[in-house]
Write a protein that binds this ligand. Structure first.
Ligand SMILES: [Zn+2]
Length: 451
């Protein structure tokens, strides 16, 4: 009797200790998902999944020098909990390696998954499994994937490497006892293995027939949680950044739709495990400085009227130029690709100027005046077509680069009370660790490197 009472009390203690402690953590990163992008997305889709979270907390993203970050410094902040220099992959500003929360949890028998719609060896994902002085060391970073022993990778592409690198990676993964499948065979994966899905997560926008980011996210959660395992799953919507870098809001919105759908997959998992699932959604930085000036002008279907991304519009312009199509016709044809009709006199003036610049082949960088028009490294006419569309919709971009605008962090589930303002990106993994009942875990692991 006494013994059974003791066991009962012990069980009660264990239960109390674990009550409110998440077992499943989703860290979802919208690369380049700045506040302007979120604002426009919210107006286009008032019932989106981000709206199902409590009001977001503004989050600082500057690097260790107080300057605008790149995805490497902010990736390191989000993965390892330290501020560092741009280009660093899990290194301190004195180039000492730091460990990620993902690696520490792996040591404690958590399952770990990493999914990205862009290169799996690119800055954001690699800060979780690799250490490198520079994000440019893509071959070395890639070679850290298989030995990580992480339990799931959703691989879209490899950045900066020839096709043979994917063949080599696949070999390394198989040697390390991973089960590796193509996206279309994702459903053959079995729990209990280390699993990799190759061929893409971004792919609704690139290659029809491949699984969507939301499908890969749902599959990863299913596999990682099998057998009552705990998991940490990082999901990156990586190409919102590319859309905003090109000042192509239509592309950024399409990538947001995919990222939002992945958030939906996490929410569905959380609905089945409400007491045990913590979801964190954040961005590594703002890209493009998108400013939403006149919300009443926004056409709720502007992104659907856009038939080509900036790169596609540029190719079309080059083709029309080669075919010696007259300037006026080129402008009309390109404008139609973004659903622009009835060009006004003012719009025409700007477009004529940009078209002349394009047809003359004059560099927009070396000539001072044209440089001041701010077409960056992009085709001036394609950029001006996008700007025409954007002006009509009440928003504009202020740069082709990153900005230091604070990003928005959304949280839901047990432990979300840990994410109160003020919040810096480097606080986030520490707050996750605190939510898991191990507030000192990451700090202790990295204290020698940081010193
Ligand atoms: Zn970027």
């Amino acid at each position: 009797m006494k013994k059974s009472l003791l066991i009962l009390m012990l069980l009660l203690c264990v239960f109390l200790l674990h009550a409110g402690t998440p077992k499943y953590v989703f860290l979802m990163i919208g690369d380049g998902m700045g506040p302007g992008t979120v604002q426009i997305y919210n107006q286009l889709f008032p019932n989106n999944n981000l709206k199902k979270f409590a009001a977001p907390v503004l989050t600082g993203t500057n690097n260790v020098f107080g300057k605008t970050t790149d995805s490497a410094a902010s990736g390191t902040a989000l993965a390892c909990g330290i501020k560092t220099y741009n280009k660093a992959i899990a290194m301190t500003k004195n180039k000492k390696p730091v460990t990620s929360l993902a690696k520490l949890l792996k040591k404690q028998q958590w399952k770990v998954g990493i999914i990205s719609t862009v290169g799996i060896n690119d800055a954001t994902p690699s800060t979780h499994y690799a250490n490198s002085n520079s994000r440019g060391e893509v071959a070395a970073i890639t070679s850290a994937i298989a030995p990580s022993n992480f339990d799931f990778f959703g691989i879209s592409t490899l950045k900066g490497l020839p096709d043979s690198a994917m063949v080599k990676l696949k070999k390394d993964l198989l040697k390390n006892k991973y089960q590796v499948v193509d996206g279309k065979n994702m459903n053959t994966l079995k729990p209990g293995n280390k699993n990799v899905v190759i061929s893409g997560t971004n792919v609704p926008l690139l290659k029809p027939g491949s699984p969507r980011l939301c499908d890969v996210t749902a599959k990863a959660a299913e596999l990682l949680s099998a057998g009552n395992s705990r998991f940490f799953l990082m999901v990156e919507g990586g190409a919102i950044d590319s859309g905003n870098h090109a000042n192509d809001a239509g592309r950024a919105i399409k990538e947001m739709i995919e990222f939002d759908a992945a958030v939906g997959a996490a929410l569905r998992f959380a609905a089945a495990h409400p007491e045990e699932t913590l979801i964190i959604i954040t961005a590594d930085h703002d890209t493009g400085g998108l400013t939403f000036k006149e919300p009443s002008k926004l056409d709720s279907k502007f992104h659907l009227k856009q038939k080509l991304f900036l790169a596609g519009l540029t190719s079309l312009a080059v083709k029309l130029k080669a075919a010696k199509v007259p300037a006026g016709e080129i402008i009309k044809k390109l404008a139609a690709q973004l659903g622009i009709e009835n060009i006004t006199a003012d719009e025409q003036k700007r477009l004529d100027y940009a078209c002349e610049l394009f047809l003359s082949g004059k560099s927009t960088k070396t000539d001072k005046f044209t440089a001041s028009m701010g077409y960056g490294r992009y085709n001036p006419l394609a950029v001006e077509i996008f700007r025409t569309r954007d002006r009509r919709n009440g928003f504009f971009y202020t740069t082709f680069g990153h900005t230091n605008a604070k990003v928005t962090t959304f949280t839901k589930g047990p432990g979300s009370e840990n994410f109160k303002a003020p919040l810096e990106n480097s606080d986030i993994p520490h707050r996750i660790a605190a939510a898991l009942g191990m507030p000192e875990l990451l700090k202790k692991a990295n204290e020698n490197a940081v010193r």
